[in-house]
Design a protein around this ligand. Structure first.
Ligand code: TPP
Ligand code: SF4
Length: 527
């Protein structure tokens, strides 16, 4: 009998990958995807899986691709915006193809619980012309991830498993299967496919396009794409995908009065959708994220019969879906479950922890720049982004990981003074080193603060790539003169000295890197 476990959606993906015989797992932390890797890590020793955090998502994807090249199965996981960082190897790996099964698990964050945007990764899968599986519950997260490895090897393509926050972070009962053996080392039969010189790439791109009809066939035949025309009310036909199918079922009490198509695999099963379209008066698309399916249904000119969904205004265009929103769109009464009493918490802005080292850094930085007429502080993504809020109001930007150094350089080129920027140790290793090497080459007049708290605090104190002396050496190695790489200890007792040191560097006309070194209080507790 299959073992049953209570698993998070993320955990189900992790366990399925381990059971599918992966030899490696790569990732960079990011909510709501971090737990995928963290759970693989737990099994790593027992199953002999190489599991290591990577410097960023691009590196994670490339490491995974290398393992696939070697003939082994591999999982790479990241949050949705991480795929922007990994987009180059991701899109090109669809052209080269894969050798050992490569599954990319991406967790989207509709509602932006902890993200800068709510982009929908299904567009990326479509853009790269690869299959995408979208589970509606934790059981499917397990089954689809296992199946994704089979699909990946059958088509020689990377396969995406797309999760969203609610599924990633909620638990359910999951029946799990038997683990299978890892694969042996075996190079690809044709390495020219992996050398994307124009002649090879053109051939490979044609091959990718030629796979499309078989992918479509697989999608039409997939048990994850189901059509049910038994609903008696044919005034409406529903297309529901991923977790939104769960909300739909909850809204209709488990039995739909309308004919519907459930989508769990892309490319979209066109013939099932056509059959539904012909059988009903109007269509409604219920999907989590962007109106990806709805846009395809409506086309440029509209498809004839009305299509309701996020574009039509039947469902909200932004944020997460909920069963009551789906019920409202269907014109149904919604009764909250008696088992889930809902007491909304008072809204409160997020804040830096009491005793956080960033607090003392911001205090010193603010006082040091207070004597200048128009100081500007660019920032990055991490706990220190909370320095935007009162009482600090210390930073003015946060766009994407690593942006602060490049933006500060651009503003300095434009003539702003003084220009400072704040970046965490992990974000610096993720994507701050490349802009710093450019800034060092030009000796641009920017004061870069690398806030070294020894960890990736914001996403749960994961291990950082460089901290302490190693980080200092990296900075010097990138070409910043050693005398302008200044370390300080952000503590109240050092406040005056730190203000003086910062001012001294501001007065120097060139690039300085200031590194406040003090561990995050949660890292201290963890140790
Ligand atoms: C491309 C991308 N990947 C991952 C994340 C998730 N994320 C937000 S901040 C952060 C790193 C924070 O670490 P650090 O820069 O050291 O700052 P700290 O939180 O420790 O102050 C990560 C991984 C993201 N927002 N964007
Ligand atoms: S988790 Fe650590 S770095 Fe983040 S606010 Fe709290 S003390 Fe500061």
């Amino acid at each position: 009998m299959a073992e049953r476990l209570l698993l998070l959606g993320d955990e189900a993906v992790a366990l399925a990958a381990v059971h599918a015989g992966i030899s490696g797992a790569y990732s960079y932390p990011g909510t709501p995807a971090s737990e995928i890797f963290e759970h693989v890590e737990k099994f790593a020793d027992r199953f002999g899986v190489h599991a290591a955090w990577s410097a960023n998502e691009k590196v994670a994807y490339e490491e995974a691709l290398g393992m696939s090249f070697a003939g082994k199965r591999v999982l790479v996981s990241m949050k949705h915006v991480g795929l922007n960082v990994a987009a180059d190897p991701f899109v090109n790996s669809a052209i080269s193809g894969v050798n050992g099964g490569l599954v990319l698990a991406v967790a989207d964050d509709p509602g932006m619980h902890s993200s800068q945007n709510e982009q929908d990764s299904r567009y990326y899968a479509n853009f790269a012309r690869i299959p995408c599986l979208e589970p509606s519950n934790q059981q499917e997260a397990y089954e689809m991830t296992r199946e994704a490895f089979e699909l990946s090897e059958r088509f020689g393509l990377p396969v995406m498993v797309r999760l969203t926050t609610r599924l990633a972070h909620s638990r359910a009962d999951v029946a799990v299967g038997e683990p299978r053996e890892q694969k042996g080392l075996k190079k690809p039969a044709d390495v020219s496919a992996w050398t994307l010189l124009p002649g090879n790439a053109r051939r490979q791109y044609r091959k990718l396009l030629e796979k499309r009809p078989s992918l479509l066939q697989a999608s039409e035949a997939s048990q994850h794409n189901a059509i049910d025309l038994s609903g008696p009310d044919r005034s409406l036909g529903v297309i529901a995908s991923g977790i939104a199918y769960n909300y739909f079922m909850e809204a209709v009490g488990g039995v739909s009065p309308y004919p519907y198509v459930k989508i769990g695999m892309y490319p979209l099963p066109v013939s099932a959708i056509r059959r539904l379209y012909q059988a009903v008066g109007r269509m409604m698309v219920i999907e989590e994220g962007y109106p990806f399916i709805e846009e395809l249904m409506s086309g440029v000119l509209g498809c004839g019969k009305p299509v309701l969904g996020k574009l039509s205004g039947a469902l909200p265009r932004t944020g997460e879906l909920r069963p009551e929103l789906v019920a409202g769109a269907l014109g149904m009464q919604w009764e909250a479950s008696e088992f889930v009493p809902f007491e909304p918490l008072a809204a409160r802005p997020p804040a830096l922890c009491k005793g956080c080292p960033h607090v003392d850094t911001f205090r010193a930085m603010k006082e040091a720049i207070s004597i200048y007429e128009q100081p500007t502080v660019f920032s990055d993504i991490g706990c220190y982004t909370l320095g935007f809020y009162p009482p600090f109001q210390a930073i003015e930007t946060c766009i994407d990981m690593g942006a602060s150094i490049g933006m500060a350089a651009g503003a300095a080129h434009a003539g702003m003074f003084p220009v400072l920027c704040a970046i965490g140790d992990s974000t610096f290793c993720h994507s701050g080193m490349t802009p710093l090497i450019g800034a060092a080459k030009e000796n641009v007049n920017v004061k870069v603060f690398i806030l070294d708290n020894g960890t990736v605090a914001m996403t749960g104190t994961q291990e950082t790539m460089a901290t302490g002396e190693r980080l200092v050496e990296v900075v010097v190695g990138l070409g910043v003169p050693r005398e302008h790489v200044r370390t300080l200890v952000p503590l109240p007792k050092n406040h005056e000295e730190n203000v003086r040191l910062i001012r001294e560097e501001i007065e120097y006309e060139g690039l300085s890197v200031l590194i406040p070194q003090r561990p995050c209080i949660h890292l201290k507790r963890k140790i």
